[in-house]
Design a protein around this ligand. Structure first.
Ligand code: FPP
Length: 255
């Protein structure tokens, strides 16, 4: 992947990045805020965990749709740094689901050539789950059809603050001059530094906000909001979002 050398903010003239997107119209990097599991369950008079279970199946479908469409990277917001405010029972259900899926899906990841990546601070989920997750990350690290980045205990403001802290520390030690702190320096310390630039960000369930997800990375992304609840988001819905993306004119601040 060419990521480290990609422009952080595309050049005013439209840049190589926009040319690539315009030519083949398939986004290289799609991110999804998977929202609406709880409402999906509520409408069926089911416990919230049933919504998350159906949501996990929707992750499998989105991953397959991304592979089929030739997307390079799919990033999903599985657990935000704010989600710890949910009930202990719900957090434990979500952890249980992740444990189940990370084991069950390893074979699928291998078969489909999917590399698993983690972003966020997943260590807070405890050793057992971390060991399983790391195992799948390790086992799939040479796959190259799609990178599936799962955001776990992720918060974008925290991610940016960590990068700023690191740069301040390097400056305090005299390793860099403050003038060298620019967009590329910050982007180079974000957890997404080795992923392609974010092209398309989708949020389901009718909510229209970013909820502390990929704030820096979304600077020039196309945003697609759909009323569909996450568990109902299928391959057709994914392809519809790609079609919407293909209809957009990306200008990156130019004309
Ligand atoms: C938002 O719906 C969803 C989440 C906070 C969790 C997302 C988790 C999954 C899709 C399942 C597990 C993931 C993997 C990768 C196996 P909500 O509960 O906020 O819905 P609501 O707004 O309708 O209450």
């Amino acid at each position: 992947m060419t990521v480290a050398s990609s422009p952080v903010v595309p050049a005013v003239d439209g840049s190589r990045q926009s040319t690539v997107a315009a030519e083949n119209k398939v986004p290289r990097h799609v991110a999804i805020i998977m929202d609406g599991n709880g409402r999906w369950a509520e409408r069926r008079h089911l416990p919230r965990v049933a919504g998350h279970r159906a949501g996990a199946e929707a992750v499998r479908r989105a991953m397959q749709a991304a592979v089929d469409a030739g997307v390079e990277c799919l990033t999903v917001y599985a657990f935000s740094s704010e989600n710890w405010r949910r009930s202990e029972e719900e957090v434990s259900d979500l952890k249980g689901l992740m444990r189940f899926y990370v084991e069950r899906e390893l074979a699928t990841l291998q078969k489909e050539g999917v590399r698993l990546r983690l972003i966020g601070e997943p260590g807070k989920f405890g050793n057992e789950l971390m060991t399983k997750l790391q195992h799948s990350v390790e086992e799939t690290r040479n796959n190259n059809r799609l990178t599936l980045a799962v955001a776990l205990n992720y918060g974008s403001q925290g991610e940016i603050a960590a990068a700023a802290r690191e740069l301040a520390s390097r400056a305090a030690k005299g390793e860099i001059a403050p003038e060298q702190i620019d967009e590329a320096a910050i982007a180079g310390l974000l957890q997404t530094r080795d992923l392609p630039p974010l092209d398309l960000l989708i949020r389901t369930s009718g909510e229209v906000r970013l909820s502390n997800f990929l704030l820096w990375q979304a600077a020039y992304a196309e945003l697609v909001f759909t009323d569909t609840l996450w568990p109902d988001f299928d391959e057709a819905a994914f392809n519809e979002a790609l079609a919407e993306y293909a209809r957009r004119q990306r200008r990156f601040g130019g004309r």
